[in-house]
Structures are given as structure tokens and as C-alpha cells.
Write a protein that binds this ligand. Structure first.
Ligand SMILES: N[C@@H](CCC(=O)N[C@@H](CS)C(=O)NCC(=O)O)C(=O)O
Length: 200
């Protein structure tokens, strides 16, 4: 039994979605950032964390990749060229999609008001559109970014797409890339994870 520490209304959702994909049982300690429960395991106070027995892992992507490796699903094996390509897509998702959306969010509602820079948001939007162009090329005609199989970077990109959908004026592209995001976000495990999210 795993424990997800952190509310599913944050990147904790990624971990819940991964556990649903894997069919593993888990409980949720739905604390927010900087709550006592998360501060005990993460000095930054950021959520999520995963408890696996007596061990705890922090960072949503490290957790998702760990779970995929441990259960031998939704990932190419470590040490293969396919895994290097998959990791490259995971890093693209983090640097070029998550990072940009998160910078925009930080300067919209996360940071204390006196530290927000309004002007940065137009640059974030420009960078996001550029990233969508690169992603469309990397996806090509594939069903998922690595080919026919859904893997870790698809889960991260699918989660980030929700942030974009909730950002006024940041519509997701249409066409093949739009269809890709719809495909990823209509997986049965996504829908189960969403129902868990909505219960909090
Ligand atoms: N790279 C970390 C980022 C974690 C993160 O920033 N979590 C947000 C919620 S989605 C948080 O706890 N923010 C509180 C803060 O920035 O102090 C991960 O993927 O888990």
C-alpha cells in the first residue's frame, strides 16, 4: 500500500494517475504545501511525496518514473536507447512545458504579490506556443510521444495540458496535437484519478 502525500489538486494528481494506470492500491494524505506532514519529508515543503513502506520519495516525476520502473509498466527499461529517448521527452515536458506554465502561474497567483512580474506572462505564452510547435513535431503521427505505448512523459504532458486549459487565453492547439491531448486525458485511469481529485 502506497501513501500519496499532497492534495490531488496539485502535482499530486500525477502520482494518483500513475497509481491508477498501474492498478496499485494507495491512500491519500491530502495535505497542502508546507503542511506539517509534507514538511517532515520534504525540506522545501512542496507536494507531492510518496511513502513506500519505510521509504519516502519526493518530486512527482521521480515518483512516477520510480513506480513505472518498479512495476515494469509505462516505461522503457533503464539503460536502453528507448529509455534515453523517453527521458529526453520527460525533460522536454519539464523544461519546455511544465516550467513555462509554472512560471506563468507563479507570476499570476502563487508568488506573494510584491514578487510577481506581470510582463513575464506574455513571454511565457510565446514560449508555450513555441513548445507546442516542437511537441507537434516530436509527436508526428504517433499515438503517444514514444509511439503506440503510453509512457511517463505522456502522463506529465497530459497533466500540464490541464494547467494550460485553465489559463485564460492559453488554448491548446487543435489538429493532431489537440487529438493527442484528448486521447491522453480520456484514458480510463485518468478518469478514475480525476474522480479521486474531485472528491477532495
Ligand atoms: N518538481 C516538484 C515541484 C513540486 C511543486 O512545486 N509543488 C507545488 C504544488 S503543485 C507546491 O508544493 N508549491 C508550493 C511552493 O511552491 O511553495 C514536483 O514535480 O513534485
Amino acid at each position: 500500500m502506497y501513501t500519496v502525500i499532497g492534495t490531488p489538486k496539485t502535482r499530486g494528481f500525477r502520482v494518483i494517475w500513475m497509481l491508477e494506470e498501474l492498478g496499485e492500491s494507495y491512500e491519500v494524505d491530502a495535505c497542502g504545501p508546507h503542511a506539517e506532514e509534507i514538511n517532515k519529508v520534504n525540506p522545501s515543503g512542496k507536494v507531492p511525496a510518496l511513502k513506500d513502506g519505510t521509504e519516502t520519495v519526493i518530486d512527482s516525476v521521480a515518483i512516477c518514473q520510480y513506480l513505472a520502473d518498479k512495476h515494469g509498466k509505462l516505461t522503457a527499461p533503464a539503460g536502453t536507447i528507448e529509455r534515453a529517448k523517453q527521458d529526453s521527452l520527460t525533460h522536454f515536458a519539464l523544461d519546455e512545458v511544465d516550467g513555462i506554465l509554472w512560471t506563468n502561474a507563479r507570476h499570476s497567483f502563487v508568488l506573494p504579490e510584491e514578487h510577481r512580474v506581470e510582463a513575464i506572462k506574455a513571454t511565457c505564452k510565446w514560449e508555450f506556443d513555441r513548445s507546442m510547435g516542437v511537441l507537434a513535431e516530436r509527436l508526428g503521427d504517433n499515438e503517444y510521444v514514444m509511439g503506440p505505448e503510453f509512457t511517463v512523459p505522456d502522463l506529465i504532458l497530459g497533466h500540464c495540458a490541464g494547467w494550460a486549459m485553465n489559463t485564460p487565453g492559453w488554448d491548446l492547439p487543435e489538429g493532431k496535437l489537440g487529438d493527442y491531448f484528448k486521447r491522453v486525458r480520456s484514458r480510463p485511469a485518468f478518469e478514475r484519478a480525476w474522480a479521486v481529485r474531485e472528491s477532495y
